[in-house]
Structures are given as C-alpha cells and as structure tokens.
Design a protein around this ligand. Structure first.
Ligand SMILES: [Mn+2]
Length: 368
C-alpha cells in the first residue's frame, strides 16, 4: 500500500481507516475470493463504483467483482436475504449508503454469510460499527458531507494502485454539490451530469459496469448521453415553468410555487430538486423579479424543495432555519428536512403539501 498525502489536508484525521480499507482491498485482491460492490443510485455512488472498478481492472481482479446498483440507501432485510443466497462467502463493499440504523437488520443477516463487510459513506449517522466491519465516513472523524463517497473511494483506491480516477472523483464532488475547493471544468460538469443521468435511467435497464465505464470513457458516447440528459432537463423545465405561479408578499419577496411532482416521477430524471433550481434560475432573470428577493418552492404531495436568491438571503431568509422551526411547530407531519440557507428540502406526510406550504410561506412573509 502506498503512503500518500491527502488531496485535502483535513482528511489526515481519516488516515487510519482509509489505509485500513486500502489494505483490506489488497488482501481481497490477492485472494481468489469474490467481491460484491453495491452502490447508491446516483452520480456520487456510481462514480465511486467506477473508481473501484478501474482499480480492480488494474489489479486484474475485475472478473471476481460484481457491481450492483442498490435499490435504496437502506439495506433492507429482503436485500440481505437475496444477497446471502446469490453471493455466499463474498466480500461486500457498500458505497454511498447503508451506514444508517435502518440498515442494521439487513447487515446483521449479511454478516452471517459475508467474508467481510465494508461501508464507504458520508451521510449523517449515529450507528455503531460492528466488529470486523470497516466503515469509512467523514462523519465519524469530525468532517462533513462535502467529502463525498466517490471522493473517499478515490483516496482509498489510489493507495492501492494508480488508474484513471481524476474525472470521476471530481464528478462525484460535482454531483453531490460538495463545497470543497476544486475546479469545475466543462468536462467535469459533463461527466457529472451523465453519471447522474445514467444512474437514474439505467436503473431499469441494468447495464454492466464495464459498459458504463466504456460509455463514460468515450467522448462521443458520453456526449450523446449528455445531450439526452440536457434535453430531459430542458423539457421538464419548460413544462414546470408553464405551471409555475407566483405572487409578491407584503415584505416584497416574490414567492414562486411549482408542483414539480406533476412534471417528473420520483426516482426519474431529472430530479425534482434540479427542476426546482431551473425554474428558480429562470424566474430571477424575469423583469418582474429584477432586484427583488425571490424564493422558489418546488413541491410534490409529500416533499418540498426550496431555492432562494441572494437578495432573499440578504433580507434574512434562511430555508434551513425555517425547516427547523417547522419541525418543532408541526410535530409528526414533518418527516425530515434540512439543507442550507439558499437550498433546502423537506419530507412530510403525504397529502399535507398545502398545509406545509402555507406554513412555509407565512415564515417567508415574516422575514425582514
Ligand atoms: Mn453521496
């Protein structure tokens, strides 16, 4: 294993676990054992999977490695029962999910059959790792979500062997909107969008990781996917703009409401958050909104996504704080939520969209 520095100095705090994970991969690669890599169905999960795939190809171990897109970030009992049956005595590596309490029952079942279990994840987690398990997460080392799963895979993989990881780890940061400093080139934007796109649309088609790797590596093929992705976004945005409605509150803030749930189904491309963002971007360019605070709310029957412009933030709007207040005030109706001042989202009990939006808009009206 190579002793290397870190791309971002703060990650020194994770050195022990990252080197431990690199060593485990080396041990597995030198054995005849089978490996199963399960990755989350988004650009970050897929970029991590591609990084490990390229690493296994270099190690000539790819023939023993099976890559499977996880149906959800929670490892359910039924997933575990299938895995135990299909992949007995394998080493399992989970990317971008599974380090959560809800996965505990599934992991407990897998533990009886798997040779080893490793988890590479960056979501908030209060679970405790089981003996023998390696869990690589910035969350347990005083670091944050900005160190994405694909990026963590990169720090692990490059200690095992060199391969072409460069675009992939940056695309992973791009896909998860990491706040870490890196240069976003057109190519990274393209790779990122294509990874997001194919991890959503190919979910139903089940292409092999080899095929996805070829597609990403070929400029021409990637370009075609990129244009399709862009086209889906443009079409969804046009539709969303045609049903968006807006009003100006007494404090001068323009509130844009758009039912994105009518435009795209859950789990389809483009994600509703992206559509909300596009509608927001289009509205702040409109003459009616010039120089005004603008807050855009995209919603479905059980979720809400919020974007705010600079003017709104300067006036004191903070989407994350409002969500925290609503969690306290509305009790069990709010299931989860959070984010930043300018971009946030929440989940609530299905059918409460009108109630939650009314409460949210009242909070916006009280700003300033
Ligand atoms: Mn992620």
């Amino acid at each position: 294993m190579q002793h290397l520095g870190f791309t971002y100095d703060a990650m020194e705090q994770m050195r022990t676990v990252i080197e431990e994970m690199a060593q485990r991969i080396e041990q597995i690669a030198s054995s005849k054992d089978k490996i199963v890599v399960k990755y989350d169905s988004d650009g970050d999960g897929l970029s991590g999977a591609l990084i490990l795939y390229r690493m296994f190809v270099k190690l000539k171990k790819d023939a023993d490695a099976t890559f499977v897109q996880s149906p959800s970030p929670v490892y359910r009992v039924e997933d575990a029962m299938r895995d135990v049956e299909i992949f007995p005595n394998a080493h399992f590596i989970f990317i971008d999910g599974e380090n959560n309490d809800d996965s505990e029952d599934g992991l407990a079942i897998l533990r009886k059959s798997a040779k080893t279990i490793s988890i590479i994840d960056h979501h908030l987690s209060t679970r405790k790792k089981a003996p023998g398990e390696i869990v690589v997460t910035p969350i347990w080392h005083g670091l944050g979500y900005e160190y994405t799963s694909g990026f963590l895979c990169y720090e692990i993989a490059r200690r095992v062997c060199d391969a072409d990881y460069e675009m992939l780890w940056k695309a992973s940061l791009y896909c998860d909107k990491s706040t870490l400093e890196y240069e976003i080139t057109e190519e990274i934007e393209e790779v990122g969008l294509v990874l997001d796109y194919i991890s959503t649309v190919m979910n139903h088609e089940k292409h092999s990781i080899e095929f996805i790797d070829k597609l990403i590596s070929s400029r021409e093929m990637r370009r075609v996917e990129y244009l399709s992705a862009k086209d889906s976004i443009d079409m969804a945005t046009r539709l969303a703009l045609s049903i968006a409605r807006w009003s100006t509150l007494a404090n001068g803030t323009v509130v844009v409401l758009v039912e994105v749930g009518r435009i795209v189904e859950s789990g389809e491309f483009p994600p509703r958050g992206k559509v909300t963002g596009r509608v927001h971007d289009a509205f702040i360019e409109k003459d009616e909104c010039k120089g005004k605070a603008v807050v855009t709310i995209g919603y479905t029957s059980d979720s809400l996504m919020v974007r705010a412009n600079k003017k709104a933030l300067e006036a004191g709007f903070n989407g994350n704080s409002i969500i925290e207040e609503l969690k306290k005030e509305m009790g069990n109706i709010i299931i989860s939520g959070g984010g930043h001042a300018g971009a946030s989202a929440m989940k609530f009990v299905r059918g409460f969209d009108k109630v939650v939006i009314d409460a949210f808009v009242r909070k916006i009206a009280a700003v300033g």
